[in-house]
Design a protein around this ligand. Structure first.
Ligand code: PNS
Length: 169
């Protein structure tokens, strides 16, 4: 009898994604190449005044990742480690853009390790052309009338145009 044991690797990619940037998307594409399944988890109880609702954010990520077969999108509330356990994920993906991200990310990774010793955090770097891109800066620049083309997927840009009337000074 031939017994084949298949070890699959599932990772979660948690975040606020308000909105998804090309940096996030770049990271998703990179990670999807090295894991079997990647679940993007949109935190549903984070900011008090998000620009986009959680369902809108989920929809945008779903649309932007439609062509990547092993990526799915969901929401979570509460502890990240509990979300990982529910998903039966072995790893958490987080992006490091610059050294300034490192301190906070390591703190989170260590706390998560304490809470769930079997859960590994994988740090990956997005393409350097996105090393300064964040959802917060994209929103601020767009709101003040600056160009953010190329920093977010086109479908996100369309939603920004529909949602935000840039302030002119
Ligand atoms: O994209 P963000 O906002 O940097 O993502 C932060 C996120 C969602 C990863 C973090 O806030 C988180 O994990 N929240 C869930 C609550 C939790 O588990 N907190 C303890 C983390 S050590």
């Amino acid at each position: 009898m031939l017994l084949i044991v298949v070890n699959t690797v599932k990772a979660i990619y948690p975040g606020s994604f308000d909105p998804l940037t090309n940096g996030h998307l770049d990271l998703i594409a990179r990670c999807a190449k090295i894991v079997d399944q990647l679940v993007v988890g949109v935190l549903s109880n984070s900011q008090k005044h998000p620009l986009f609702s959680v369902p809108e954010r989920v929809e945008m990520i779903q649309e932007a990742t439609r062509d990547i077969g092993n990526v799915s999108v969901t929401t979570f509330a509460g502890l990240l480690v509990d979300f990982a356990q529910r998903e039966r994920a072995q790893a958490v993906l987080r992006g490091i853009r610059a050294i300034s991200d490192y301190e906070y990310e390591v703190q989170m990774a260590m706390m998560n390790r304490r809470l769930a010793p079997g859960l590994e955090t994988i740090f990956m770097m997005p393409h350097e052309k996105y090393s300064y891109v964040s959802s917060r800066l994209v929103k601020e620049v767009f709101r003040l009338g600056g160009a953010v083309d190329g920093l977010v997927p086109e479908l996100v840009l369309e939603r920004l145009r529909a949602r935000v009337e840039p302030e002119r000074y």
